[in-house]
Write a protein that binds this ligand. Structure first.
Ligand SMILES: [Zn+2]
Length: 458
């Protein structure tokens, strides 16, 4: 596909700046920060000079020349974060989120690239919808929006969507998923894995066997038994993970596994990797932070798919992120309108917000307790996800000529999550009132501040 920095939606070097987009960017010298650029093998104090939307130089004691000096002492400078899994709800549910409000939430969370899932209304199963999503993302101009196309028509699981047409459309889709649902039929997943190889695309599956989860309300275990709620067993995820891995092995296609949530799933991925299967995987912050105990509150803000699991599963996800079995932290940002989500548990749709809290949870839950070093955590937010989709211009390395997609954050800043303060149109964060550590200070998309001093630049 396109080379880094190439024109068009994937390289993003074309004209930008729609109604909401920040203004033009002068040269900037990010001075004295700790540069953590895992793709470039860098973790040391260094200045980064940004000019004309690109990294111009990286080194110690750089001369600013005409560049504006931005003091980054005590801060971490990294490639912009990449989120492989978001729901921006446009088209169809603009009352819950739009590409504009979701882009704002992403920029404030330190993201420079997001991949919206196709379960919109209409479904993004054709060139028209994916092109609309990509174009709207460019118009907003706060984050690069790389749409995911549906694998099957209408995500109904009956016949393949026109993957080739979406791949060759102006949106140049290189990832397909029926997320929200699994690809039920093994035959269709096999076809998709085979066909997608023609345009080097990846198939991202939401692993769930619906015959085991129909009517399920939460993770199946001790807590579901006590509460009398129908359970969603870990096996319903793991058997589909196992099937998917076998089909990836059979076809040689590229498989990505969405939001892994159980110890058994990561064990299966680890074993498949060891025998050379082409698989990548992601995990969501709530699956390394929260457990099924929270369902005792019957607060539907904790209802999510896959569900919050046991303490042992949370531990396994943390370990898998540490050893690289899970490549990426992906938020599965799932905004819902208040009237839909703030209802009784059984009627509430699954899903929770994630974009504006991912960095803080990563630092608070993974780095501070010692599961991951800071450099590893940054890798799982940048180079890891960029590698899963081979996204050009994102995830580093931050070398001269690379697009200046950058995040600057304070790893020590403590703050309290407040739902009303979020930029997302929705309010369904399970972290309201939670004390966390780690805050985004600046986000730059191709050298332009989308976030500056922790505040939006639009
Ligand atoms: Zn999903």
């Amino acid at each position: 596909m396109s080379a880094p920095g190439g024109a068009g939606p994937r390289g993003g070097a074309g004209p930008r700046g729609g109604a909401g987009a920040p203004g033009g960017a002068g040269p900037v010298l990010l001075r004295g920060g700790r540069l953590v650029d895992p793709a470039g093998g860098h973790d040391a104090t260094a200045d980064v000079l940004v000019r004309d939307g690109a990294v111009a130089a990286v080194g110690v004691g750089l001369e600013p020349g005409d560049a504006e000096v931005v003091d980054c002492d005590g801060l971490v400078v990294s490639p912009g974060f990449v989120d492989l899994h978001v729901h921006l709800r446009e088209p169809g549910r603009e009352d819950a989120e739009t590409i504009e409000t979701g882009s704002r939430a992403a920029a404030l969370g330190g993201y420079t690239a997001v991949c919206p899932m196709p379960n919109t209304d209409p479904v993004a199963d054709n060139a028209g919808v994916v092109e609309m999503v990509a174009a709207r993302g460019r118009e907003v101009g706060l984050v690069d929006v790389f749409p995911v196309g549906a694998v099957t028509l209408g995500q109904r699981g009956a016949e393949l969507a026109e993957l080739g047409t979406m791949a060759h459309s102006a949106a140049r889709v290189d990832c397909f998923s029926d997320d929200g649902r699994p690809i039920r039929e093994a035959r269709l997943l096999r076809l998709a894995l085979e066909y997608a190889q023609a345009f080097d695309a990846v198939i991202a599956d939401h692993a769930e066997d619906p015959s085991l989860t129909d009517g399920a309300q939460m993770h199946e275990g001790e807590v579901s038994a006590i509460l009398g709620l129908q359970g969603w067993p870990a096996a319903a995820e793991e058997m589909v993970v196992a099937r998917d891995l076998l089909l990836a092995e059979l076809t040689g296609g590229r498989l990505h596994l969405c939001h892994l949530s159980t110890a058994g799933s990561v064990a299966l991925v680890r074993a498949a990797r060891a025998r050379g299967v082409l698989v990548t995987a992601e995990a969501a912050p709530h699956h390394f932070t929260l457990t099924d105990e929270l369902a005792r509150s019957f607060d539907p803000v904790y209802k999510v798919n896959p569900p919050l699991r046991s303490k042992a599963d949370v531990e396994a996800i943390r370990t898998a992120l540490a050893d690289g079995t899970v490549d990426a932290i992906a938020t599965d940002h799932a905004p819902h309108a208040r009237e839909d989500k703030e209802v009784e548990w059984a009627s509430a749709p699954p899903g929770m917000l994630g974009l504006e809290t991912a960095l803080a949870l990563t630092i608070t839950e993974l780095v501070e307790p010692g599961y991951l070093r800071l450099g590893q955590a940054v890798e799982r937010l940048t180079a890891g996800p960029a590698r899963c989709r081979r996204l050009p211009g994102h995830g580093g390395p931050l070398v001269p000529g690379a697009p200046a997609n950058l995040t600057v954050f304070d790893p020590t800043a403590a703050w309290t999550v407040a739902a009303p303060a979020l930029a997302s149109r929705a309010r369904n964060t399970p972290y309201h009132g939670r004390q966390v550590q780690g805050r985004v200070v600046h986000t730059l998309l191709r050298g332009t501040f989308t976030v500056r001093g922790g505040k939006a630049s639009w």
